[in-house]
Design a protein. Sequence first.
Length: 658
Amino acid sequence: MSFLFSSSGDSRDSSFIESQRMGGELHDRLEENIRPFIDLIDTLRSLGIQRDLDMSLPTIVAIGDQSSGKSSVLEALSGVALPRGSGMVTRCPLELKLRKVTGGSSWNATISYRKKRFDVANSSVGNTASSGARQDVRVSYIPQTITFEDPSLVERHVKDAQIALAGDGAGISDEIITLEIRSPDVCDLTLIDLPGIARVPVQGQPMDIGNQIKTLIMKFIKRPETINMVVVPLNIDIATTEALKMAQEVDPEGTRTFAVLTKPDLIDRGTERQILAIAQNKVVPLRKGYIMVKCRGQQQIDDNISLDEASTMEKDFFENHYYFSCLLNENKATIPCLATELTEQLVSHIKKSLPLLDEETKKQLSEVRKDMKAIEGGPPRDPQGAKQYLINILTEFNQKMQSLSSGDLIIKENLFNELRVEYKKWNGFLNNSMSTFFHPSAKIKQEIMKNRGRELASFSSYRVFEMLLQKHVAQLKDPAIVLVNTVKDITFKQFSCLSKDCFWRYPELLKLTMEKIEDIQSRQQRKAEERITEQFEMENMICTQDDIYFKTLNRNMKEAFSDTQLPLCDIASKYSDMLKAYYEIMVQRMADQVPMLTRYCMLKEAVQLLCNDMLTLLDSENVGEILTEDTDIGRKRRDLQARLDRLNTAQEEIDQCI
Ligand code: GDP
Ligand code: MG
């Protein structure tokens, strides 16, 4: 039996609610108004739409201190006996899915959860580990599903599931247990029972159990789609209720939080007035207010009092209570009243969530459609058609490659930006080498004396000049080769990215393309290296036009030289400047030359070679084989189609309610 809103069949519940709150006419209107929304969420949930959306569906979550009566309230609401008692009974989130079945089906339930499995695998890790082998712990989840037909087994199955997930100690787990109950006597609603807040760890519990539970609760209550039902027992001081504080923290406006006051039969004599004030929202005001309920106490459970009997006893309790009977008229007491309130709140919450749900569904729909488009169709099966198809996709690929090489932004990472960064580094390195290039005249004179040949004293030796420059220039070669390699890495990454973008559906074609890219790029890398080696050999010659040399030299000196004064230049005191001037010229040459060379070999020429090479694929004997589709594509197409169907149905349902 359930007190939550149910549309048909259970005339006792309906009439009970009716007698509590409203006349028949109003009830009919309510039914008309709320049924479609409850149905909508239920349909969406059974479609499994949560998997497709970035939001959860409106749900009611019960939070509160340990033993505050959460499970008892849910039990009374749902008519399903749950594990309850003192200490920590609920140790995992329990999602209670109530499904109304019609057509003569009898009560049955399915409990499902994912059992964690730890596999220890030995893996040898090459040359890095001295021990030779390492132990990897892999976590996998094994879905467990048990269906049963005896309501009295609920408690046992829930307990077993909790032991499987959180161990048989007193620990908790945030793995969810889903208990779906199909019965003619329940309504379609989903409620979540969470572990209660524990203040002091008991034996076997980790020291931070309190924080663990709070983190778990937070995870659920912070979702804007959740209605927070805070359960507060009346035999403790409401001001110390942690759960209420947490709910207020995540919902400061109080638009989705309300409180249920439990255990009114256990309050201290003399506190009734004050408790009444709490229930009437006068002490800790909540926008959505309070509802007081009385559930089965331990004694009543021990005495096998049924839920039906308990509900009659609850009614009697309130009717005969000197202080609390007024709450009945104010619709602030009893489980049926809570049920109506919950349903109304859920519906209003669903209505509020609808625009967002609609927007999210539309967004997902458009994404799925886009993905579908990307794998639409496929290559024709006949050889002629397949060849034409290959021509088309190769042409498209080549065009994209050409655009890439001429600087269009084809894939996310900007190729020329990446290259520019490296070229800038190279330039910086050269400039740096220039500032450290310093040969004082005295040192040069010493070198000249050391290397003096047949010349008379005081004649300088040009060979020493050459030697000093050559030594420096040679030091630039290795970094230039490193730059070639870096450029290769960048272009290779971009080429492969583009190839994957274009050919991901055709693993064979992608493989052939990648082989070609690798082959071409390593050939081009060798070529660039040879060119650079050649360039450095040429640099050994020490050569520049007089004009360029004088221009640089004069810029660096106070007096001006020209080629009419050539012999005058050979002044020992100026050697240092002369060396520097030449080095600067050489550095400027290299600053452009190496980037130009790498860009030419590794990008421009490489792309040209690749494009030509790709066209040779058209001569292949078996075009069909090249165009073999990834086996995952079919599966992907099916998955997308299923998602599309789900989302379309969801959208239709939402449109009807909006
Ligand atoms: P939870 O830990 O919050 O889920 O609390 P439970 O639902 O397991 O309840 C804890 C204990 O309080 C159980 O023994 C219940 O029988 C008892 N209990 C719950 N609600 C009431 C109530 O309204 N009156 C009385 N007397 N006992 C209650
Ligand atoms: Mg509980």
